[in-house]
Design a protein around this ligand. Structure first.
Ligand code: AMP
Ligand code: MG
Length: 499
């Protein structure tokens, strides 16, 4: 295996993509990363590409289909203007301090200037780095397809997330529970900085670097924190908490379980990152655990809002050396406790077709959630049918429940609340709900079917699913199966960390 060396390699001229590369993370200094080149993979082939992300980066869609692009995004061909590096971070995993982690299989190429602001481009699965620990630096086809599809699905749902430009595959064997094959996902985000980056420098007593990193993040992403009264780093903590609250509220509202909410998987920008054993709920179960390795259920669906707070607390602790006292951090964290439920109620109200939040809405939502849990009602299908019912009969929704009378009582209250809205128009409300409650989400079994076909060399199912996920609210023809109830075997799928 080619171990990368810990010194800056010669910069090859590389392939010119005609992009404007900047590499501001690389300017942070040697304490933050190790420069290295990706380790090539043999005989690469395309698995999937996202034309929308190509557009975002200003990459020519036709060029993206070329052999040069295939090599470049597999890590086999250097790209001119990039300064590849792996960053170092630490973190808390499953509630315990895990020490140094870092980009063990992701390599940051640099950032591309786009009309939407600079976007960092990473190759995930591009080989060993000094932070690979016991890992092999690789990602397997299965998990790379899941990350690719889910990134684009979340974006289409309006949920803050990293994006994915493409996945390439290689016949190179990768050992997991069985032998699988390698793949590389090209991920894109304004920044991949994690809570764990701050924890790393704080824990190691490198307070100069900690301040440098925090200032970097404030200057680039949270400039208002400089002007805020009081300590700018406390203001940063509060701003990150607000973004995290919004992200997690959206996860809850769409029934998304992240699965590995370790502090090293928490984005400082409040983006969903590091897709691993994630799952969209099928039957509603508030205590659902999607990560097969999470035996204690630390990251169960209904614990995500509290875990996010726990992680923000860890970030606050990491930032303490930059604050005057502990109270500043506690004060900065306090608003999360109200923001999170308020954001969630706002999203639940939108799902219910209710434009404003009023007293009693929390109870209305709560009653519904209890009924759905008791009858294990399919989360996505319920909301879709309820949307249709805003302008029609409630029977198809009622059919989802066993406790029909209890549902009828709830539906009556919902209908009254709905119709009492000033200027209520049933058809417009229905349309709005259909733009809020997706028809197609990346259910585990849908990903699994696309993966099985891709493993056999057929990427058409992946492309079909990708298209549906890019338009999750639309009734696309020929895609009824993607919006249907999951098959029985769906509940048997087991997915765990780091594959
Ligand atoms: P995760 O929770 O999957 O985001 O990964 C936790 C840590 O393990 C991160 O530092 C990853 O870079 C690292 N890691 C996971 N899988 C591998 C792998 N196959 N090779 C090297 N490092 C890995
Ligand atoms: Mg991670």
């Amino acid at each position: 295996m080619n171990r990368p060396v810990d010194t800056a390699p010669e910069l090859a001229p590389g392939l010119d993509l005609d992009l404007s590369w900047r590499n501001r993370f690389a300017e942070l200094g040697d304490a933050f990363f190790t420069r290295l080149q990706p380790t090539p993979l043999p005989a690469p082939h395309w698995v999937g590409t996202s034309p929308a992300v190509a557009d975002l980066l200003g990459l020519d869609r036709a060029w993206l289909a070329s052999p040069a692009a295939l090599d470049a995004f597999t890590g086999n061909l250097p790209i001119a203007g990039t300064q590849p590096l792996a960053s170092v971070y630490s973190g808390h995993q499953f509630g315990h301090w895990a020490g140094q982690l870092g980009d063990g299989r992701a390599i940051l190429l640099g950032e591309v200037d786009t009309p939407a602001g600079p976007q960092e481009v990473q190759l995930k699965g591009a080989g060993l780095t000094p932070y690979s620990r016991m890992g092999d630096g690789r990602a397997v086809l299965r998990s790379s397809i899941r990350e690719f599809l889910c990134s684009e699905a979340m974006h289409a749902l309006g949920i803050p997330t990293s994006r994915a430009l493409c996945v390439t595959g290689s016949p190179a064997p990768v050992r997991r529970e069985e032998i699988e094959t390698a793949a590389v996902v090209t991920r894109v985000a304004p920044s991949f900085i994690r809570f764990g980056h701050f924890e790393h420098f704080s824990h190691n007593g490198l307070h100069g670097e900690l301040r440098h990193l925090a200032s970097f993040v404030i200057d680039r992403f949270y400039p208002a924190c400089r002007a805020a009264p009081g300590n700018p780093y406390a203001a940063l903590l509060e701003a990150v908490s607000a973004r995290t609250a919004e992200m997690v509220a959206q996860w809850q509202a769409v029934g998304f379980c992240h699965g590995v909410m370790n502090t090293d998987n928490m984005s400082i920008l409040g983006l969903t990152i590091d897709y691993g054993p994630f799952q969209f709920l099928d039957a509603f179960n508030p205590g659902h655990i999607c990560n097969h390795s999470d035996s204690g259920g630390r990251y169960a669906y209904n614990r995500q809002p509290n875990i996010a707070y726990w992680n923000l607390f860890a970030l606050g602790q990491a930032l303490l050396p930059l604050m005057d006292d502990q109270q500043q951090a506690l004060d900065a964290l306090e608003p999360y406790k109200a923001l999170m439920p308020a954001a969630l109620q706002r999203h639940m109200n939108a799902k219910l077709g209710l434009e404003r939040v009023e007293e009693g809405d929390a109870e209305l939502t709560d009653t519904l959630m209890k009924l759905m849990a008791a009858d294990a009602v399919d989360f996505t299908i319920f909301w879709r049918r309820l949307s249709e019912a805003a302008d029609g009969a409630v029977d198809p929704v009622r059919d989802l429940f066993l406790q029909r009378e209890a549902f009828d009582a709830w539906a009556l209250r919902w209908r009254e609340r709905l119709c009492a809205q000033p200027g209520f128009v049933a058809g417009a409300t229905r349309d709005r709900m259909l733009r809020t409650n997706p028809r197609v989400v990346l259910r585990n079994h849908l990903g699994e079917l696309a993966i099985q076909r891709a493993k056999a060399g057929d990427f058409s199912e992946l492309a079909r699913l990708q298209l549906a996920l890019e338009h999750p609210f639309d009734d696309l023809p020929g895609q009824d199966d993607l919006a249907a109830f999951p098959p029985d075997w769906a509940s048997q799928i087991e997915i765990s960390c780091s594959s």
